[in-house]
Ligand binder design. Sequence first.
Ligand SMILES: Cc1ncc(COP(=O)(O)O)c(C=O)c1O
Length: 380
Amino acid sequence: MSGAEQVGGTAAGSGGAPSGDGHAAPRHLRQGFQAVRWQEPLIMEMGTEGERGVLPPPLEPGIRAVVGDPAALIPAGLARPELPNLPELAQPQVLRHFMRLSQMTMGTDITIDLGLGTCTMKYSPKVNEFLARSPKMADLHPWQPDESVQGILEIAYRFGRMCCELSGLDAVSFQPSSGAQAIFANASIIRAYHEANGQGDTRDEIITTIFSHPADSATPAVLGYKLIVLYPDEKGYPNLEQLEAALSERTAGLLITNPEDTGLYNPHIKELTDAVHAAGGLCSYDQANLNGIMGIARAREAGFDLCHFNLHKTFSSPHGSMGPGCGAVMVRQACAVSCPVRWWSSTASATSSTTTYRRASARCGPSWGTRKWCCAPTLG
Ligand SMILES: Cc1ncc(COP(=O)(O)O)c(C=O)c1O
C-alpha cells in the first residue's frame, strides 16, 4: 500500500478526530505517516577551513596585463575590510545538506490543518497556481501600453475597489511584495505625511504593541523612528491609559496588529485610534490577521488612516516559496497625496459604450507583479 493510500484510508476512518494524547497533529496526519529525519547540523557548523565549492581559474597573464589587479577595480567604499564569515564546504556537501533539509519539509499542502502560528495559512486552490504562472500574467512587458492590457487593468481596478470597500479606505496599491514590505510602505507614508506638514523632524516616535507582528516595530526602526512598545494589561491587550502615557507631540503614529499575534482582539481599538489622532499622529492597521474579522469590522470604522492585507494569507495568491506574496496597502486620500509608494492600481473612465482602464502611475516599477495579486479575488 502506498503512503498516500494509507493516509487517505486512515483519514476516512478517524475523521481527523483529536488524538487526546497531547500532540498537536490530528491522528490521521500522524498514523502511517513516515518521513526521513536527518540529524542535520546547521550549515554554519559544517565544513572545513579552506574548503571551496568553486575555484575560479587564476587570471591569465594576458588579461592581467590589460586590466591589472581585478580587486583594485572595486571602489574603496564597497570593498569588505575583512572576509565574510561563510561556511566553507565543497559542492556535494552543500547539495546533500539542502537535499536533506528539503526531505524533512512536510509542505503546506499536507500540514494545512495544523496551526501555523500567526501565519494564517490557508489552502490555495491549485487552479490559482496555474493562473499565476500563465504567460499572460507572468510575461507582461513592463512598458506594455495600457490599450493592450485592458483585461489585466480591469482585474486590478475591480479588485482594488474590493480592497477599498473591505477596508473602508480610499486608495490602494498592490506594489509591496509582502506584509513586512507593506508595513514598511505604511511607515514611509506616515513619515511623508508629517514631512509634508512640516513635522517630519519633530514627530520621530512610533508606538506599537509587544504582540503586534515584529515587522510593526522593525520597519519603522529601519526608517530611524524611536519605538515605544506597549505591553498587555490583565485582560491581555494594552489599554487606553498606557497609550495616553506614551503619546506626545513627538508621536508620528501607531502601528498595531489587531487581533494581535496572541489571537486576542482589542475591543477598545477605536478609543486608541481616537487618542492617537488627538495627539496629531496617524494610525496604521496591520491586517495580516484579517481572516477572522473580514467583512465584519473595517479599518475606517476602527479609526485607521492606513492598513494592509496579506493577499497571500487572507486571499488566495500563491504563498511560501511559490509566492511572491502581496501586501496590499490601503490609505485615506489625505495620506495618498504625498505618498512615496508607487501606486499600482488602475483607474477607470467610462463613456456610454465602453470603460477604459489605465495604470494609476505612468510607470509601475520593474514588472507588473501580476503573479502577486492576479488570482487573489478568487478566495477571501
Ligand atoms: C500580523 C502579521 N503582520 C505582518 C506579517 C508579515 O507578513 P509577510 O510574512 O508577508 O512579510 C505577518 C506574517 O506572518 C503577520 O502575521
